[in-house]
Design a protein around this ligand. Structure first.
Ligand SMILES: NC(=O)c1ccc[n+]([C@@H]2O[C@H](COP(=O)([O-])OP(=O)(O)OC[C@H]3O[C@@H](n4cnc5c(N)ncnc54)[C@H](O)[C@@H]3O)[C@@H](O)[C@H]2O)c1
Ligand SMILES: [Zn+2]
Ligand SMILES: [Zn+2]
Length: 341
């Protein structure tokens, strides 16, 4: 079957790979839609691992339910892409997201388990989640990034009336901003280096305002909006400048939630964190309960994820879509791939 695989730095190739086979346990699906994620962009920029078929935000139709007796052929499903060991302390405490093995065989994030940039996939049965009829394929494919934002905003422990800055207006930043508002923040601001994305955060209604992260008067703007700095900053970029601006923009004693991921170490002014007694809170992925909560929120129309969707493209257009998403000027935030288009 045709797939899109990493070939080199910022380069994909269309590649034939073998179709997944049933081992009696895994669930085999026909992939309907697969989202492009900011984490995928890191792998594409690095150009490795060569041969990786990405796509960890997917929805599909069951063709073989494997060991899942509650599923039948034709059911629509999505899944958590993680692969927890189930036996370590993290797994046993209900936190499979930080099991040290959880990314070893993650779907669409490891060479062992190709992802949704192909028309068929095999998924670990215990990670598969049914999709209700009243949400679209596109919404279902956005469950995963929605759950990342929910997990981050929960760890931010936002109090009603807090002023929250979200650094980075990609899908993770926008969803985090959306949940910050739902949790009662009195002011939600998104900072961006890409003006089009900053303005979009406001026009989509998830942020009250946006700030230009490249503006030399950035800190003056922070203080004019907050007087003492933001109560909470949620960092959704992962680069040194973004993390540093997060440390500077939060109030003394405030909390910075680190969601952005960097493969390389990031150099940051730790003295600010020390002198201002900041709390640094990491946030990785989501729990199963949070994943299901996001499906429920979409199904009950409490959240609208479709407003973040820009376009649906075929496998041939994956390369140009990644280029668009990293152009630094486009307002496109979420591009979804239909491997059968
Ligand atoms: N912790 C987790 O579980 C988790 C899950 C998914 C994604 N992520 C990470 O979260 C980050 C965001 O993901 P995404 O899909 O939204 O990515 P994205 O690349 O679409 O968005 C990042 C945004 O940050 C902006 N930006 C870059 N530098 C900035 C700066 N100094 N100040 C303000 N804005 C800046 C970019 O213009 C871009 O719009 C990525 O690093 C991704 O790997 C983490
Ligand atoms: Zn993702
Ligand atoms: Zn484990």
């Amino acid at each position: 079957m045709r797939s899109v695989a990493i070939k080199g730095k910022r380069e994909f190739e269309i590649k034939e790979i073998s179709e997944p086979v049933s081992d009696g346990k895994n669930v085999i699906i026909d992939v309907k839609k697969t989202g492009i994620c900011g984490s995928d962009i890191h792998y594409w920029v690095a150009g490795e691992p060569v041969g990786l078929v990405m796509g960890h935000e997917y929805v599909g139709v069951v063709t073989n339910p494997g060991s899942r007796e509650d599923l039948k052929v034709g059911d629509r499903v999505t899944a958590l892409p993680i692969s927890p060991c189930l036996s370590c302390h993290a797994c046993k405490s209900g936190n499979p997201q930080y099991c040290i093995h959880t990314w070893d065989n993650a779907t669409g994030l490891s060479l062992t388990n190709p992802g949704g940039l192909a028309p068929k996939m095999a998924i670990r049965p215990d990670m598969v989640v049914k999709v209700p009829d009243n949400i679209t394929d596109e919404e279902a494919a956005m469950t995963e990034p929605t759950a990342v934002g929910l997990h981050a905003s929960r760890l931010a422990d936002i109090k009603v009336g807090d002023k929250v800055l979200v650094v980075g207006g990609g899908i993770i930043g926008l969803v985090s901003a959306m949940f910050a508002k739902m949790e009662g923040a009195s002011l939600v601001v998104v900072s961006e280096t890409n003006k089009a994305r900053g303005e979009k955060a406001v026009s989509l209604g998830v942020a009250d305002d946006w700030m230009d992260a490249t503006d030399p008067k950035f800190m003056e703007n922070v203080m004019s909006k907050t007087e003492i700095g933001f109560d909470i900053v949620i960092e959704c970029c992962g680069n040194a400048k973004a993390v540093s601006s997060s440390l500077m923009a939060v109030k003394t004693g405030g909390t910075v939630v680190l969601v952005g991921v960097s493969i390389d170490p990031v150099s940051i002014p730790t003295a600010i964190a020390v002198m201002h007694e900041l709390k640094l809170q990491g946030a990785i992925a989501y729990t199963k309960e949070e994943f299901q909560t996001c499906i429920d929120l979409m199904s009950s129309k409490k959240i609208d994820m479709l407003k973040f969707l820009d376009s649906v493209v075929g496998l041939e257009d994956v390369q140009s879509s990644y280029e668009k998403l990293t152009s630094g000027v486009s307002d496109a935030v979420k591009i979804i791939v239909d491997p059968n288009k």
